[in-house]
Design a binder for this molecule. Structure first.
Ligand SMILES: Cc1cc2nc3c(=O)[nH]c(=O)nc-3n(C[C@H](O)[C@H](O)[C@H](O)COP(=O)(O)O)c2cc1C
Length: 501
């Protein structure tokens, strides 16, 4: 596969099908707790696939539910990024990072050509309960129609269109709650509309191309639209149509969309919800704002997308945020003029890929590692929630946790090489901050798991093979009956080359 030509969820699913990574479940399965349980167990299985529930129990219509589209699959993630599978994690991070330098604005197409308008429900027809909406966890406050979703809002001052992913619980047949942590763009946009005395126009997409979902769930600078980033990754504009109610740009090839307004009416009780941390989030602290639904649009036989939030590795966002946040942090460091960055990574097992960032760099000057760590900790792409920011040298692959731990254990002088930042951007969802009044502030440890710069030239030499040793071993691998495949190596120690210098 040399070229990836995907424009929507169905195209992506066709390609994933060819890789054998879709399980079609044609028997009846209950959206209430049963789909979530199967997805949780599937995530812990090394042969996991995405799960397409084709016969949701207790539902008349023909909607299907696709759970954890990306999961822990580099193949599925690569296809979502419109690139053939086969890249290493850091190669994919670099590929995406370079796409962030481009921007392709969405294009508005003729509504007659938009599959999303195949079915249009307004007025008395509006009924969210028609759709098979999962309740994921036994203590969830209700069915969550929005998990692998995209909420679209607009900054009323600049006109910038924002795409964000937010949990959304059905409250009534025409009302959904949407919870946003402080500092997120959806919340900031909403408050700007309300400050002007106007309701906030909202579109929400519940069956969505994984590319848009992934971009919506990634932290971009506040003034940038995720539509432009998604277009750049796709290599062509995302096709949109103006919403019939709000005029907001709706993905023309989406599966299921609602449109409406959010009013400053105090909201409703919402949650709890089993979260990315692997704990229930924000149990009843405050009321949550809602969207009053004025229209529902859907394709024939719509595919709803759902993301299970759970402990690792069953949590849908872990792998894709590892790549996307890694790429964003790398890009943000470069945008701040920091040289020598070799890679960024957000460790998947660290609370939904939010908890731990690793930056690999070639140290060039005193304070370089400390500067990079402080920016990685606070930049738009990496600041939210992250508790641990590791800086490693360029010989360490940041996506290989074992290498990172080795570097920390051999290069970090704990008494000298850890700095703490306090009162940082976090969320009410962090279970470690108690009592609840302590939330939503967080704190961060900057861990310099790299050689002390002052002594970098005389730092103990690491043991490594010569290139000759490695090539000889590769050449004899099969002849000697060595097990499996010889691993790829990046670090060598060739004393003769140094003698020539
Ligand atoms: C499945 C999923 C559900 C999410 N739910 C929420 C949520 O309910 N509230 C929230 O503040 N962030 C949530 N996030 C994280 C945001 O989508 C993420 O921080 C994003 O960058 C916000 O984008 P924005 O600030 O551009 O709106 C979720 C992410 C994923 C992948």
């Amino acid at each position: 596969m040399s070229k990836v030509d995907i424009r929507d969820l169905r195209d992506w699913l066709d390609d994933v099908e060819k890789l054998g990574e879709v399980t079609h479940i044609t028997q009846e399965v209950d959206p209430h707790l049963e789909m979530g349980a199967l997805t949780y167990l599937n995530g812990k299985n090394s042969e996991q696939t995405t799960l397409l529930f084709e016969k949701p129990k207790g539902h008349k219509g023909d909607a299907r539910v696709l759970f954890n589209p990306i999961g822990n699959s580099m193949n599925r993630l690569s296809l979502a990024m419109r690139t053939p599978p086969g890249k290493t994690p850091i190669e994919l991070v670099q590929y995406v990072k370079e796409k962030f330098d481009e921007k392709i604005k969405p294009v508005s197409i003729d509504p007659k050509d938009a599959p999303i308008y195949e079915n249009v429900w307004m007025g008395d027809d509006i009924d969210l309960n028609y759709f098979p909406t999962p309740t994921h966890w036994v203590r969830d406050g209700g069915p969550y129609i929005g998990t692998a979703d995209v909420i679209i809002t607009q900054d009323p001052d600049s006109g910038r269109i924002n795409l964000g992913t937010y949990r959304q619980m059905i409250e009534e047949k025409d009302r959904v709650g949407y919870y946003s942590s402080p500092g997120k763009d959806t919340l900031l946009d909403r408050e700007k509309w309300w400050a002007k005395g106007k309701p906030c126009p909202v579109v929400s997409v519940y069956g969505v191309d994984p590319l848009l979902f992934i971009c919506a769930a990634t932290g971009f600078p506040k003034q940038e639209s995720e539509y432009d980033a998604a277009g750049a990754i796709q290599g062509s504009p995302i096709e949109t149509v103006p919403g019939k109610i709000t005029g907001l740009p709706i993905p023309a090839r989406a599966e299921l969309v609602i449109e409406g307004y959010s009013y400053p009416d105090g909201g409703r009780e919402e949650g709890p919800f089993g979260e990315f941390t692997g704990y229930y989030g924000r149990p009843g602290l405050e009321q949550t704002p809602s969207i009053e639904v004025k229209a529902i649009y859907f394709r024939n036989q719509p595919i709803m997308t759902a993301a299970l939030m759970a402990d690792h590795p069953s949590c849908e966002q872990n792998l894709f945020l590892a790549v996307m946040r890694g790429a964003r942090v790398w890009r943000d460091l470069e945008a701040c003029g920091i040289p020598g960055i070799h890679g960024g990574w957000s460790v998947p097992s660290a609370a939904g890929g939010f908890g731990m960032t690793v930056v690999s760099l070639q140290q060039m000057y005193a304070g370089h590692a400390q500067q990079a760590a402080a920016i990685a900790a606070q930049c738009a792409g990496g600041a939210y929630f992250a508790k641990f920011i590791y800086v490693v040298d360029e010989d360490i692959d940041p996506s290989d946790l074992e290498q990172v731990i080795w570097a920390a254990s051999t290069r970090c002088r704990v008494s000298e090489d850890i700095d703490i930042l306090r009162n940082t951007w976090s969320t009410y969802l962090d279970p470690s901050k108690n009592p609840n009044e302590e939330r939503p502030y967080g704190s961060k440890a900057l861990i310099y798991a790299c050689k002390e710069f002052k002594n970098i030239k005389t730092f103990s030499r690491r043991t490594a093979l010569t290139t000759g040793q490695y090539e000889n071993a590769l050449a004899r691998w099969d002849e000697l009956g060595m097990p499996g495949k010889a691993p790829a190596l990046k670090v060598f120690d060739n004393p003769e080359e140094e003698l020539h210098i």
